[in-house]
Design a protein around this ligand. Sequence first.
Ligand SMILES: [Zn+2]
Length: 155
Amino acid sequence: MNQFIIPINDWAAGERKFRFHAGIEFFQMFDNQEILDADVNVEATVQKSGTRKVEAVLHLSGTVTVPCDRCLDPLALHVEAEPSEVFTPGEGPDWDLSQAVYDYVCLSLPLQKVHPEGECNPDTVRFLSQEERKDEEAATQNSPFAALKGLFDEK
Ligand SMILES: [Zn+2]
């Protein structure tokens, strides 16, 4: 898929804007299993001042849907990024911005991907918190202190 390609040779010096759209197919291309859906608009403002003097400033905005860390239901996250980095192309007549776009979308996602308080799927949360309690009980019973406690109780 050559969606994010900026042709370098076929225009004269000056500024041009390129608009791209990153949908779910784009993220699948990178084998990203975490992203369930995506709707991200990418705008590249490209400044050309010579054959190999090309710079781009990116602006990404849209939404990306990932599973919620807490309840696993789909969670739509707003993505807004304007990397301050200026991108310059390598060799070749075409400039592929895919990797940069992909990296910046991933970087702009928060570390904690959870629904706002109270908006998680209540069934899943209830189930998970029960599991957690079971784990805690198991941990207490297996601890050496639990055994000691038993000893003292017997006396
Ligand atoms: Zn949730």
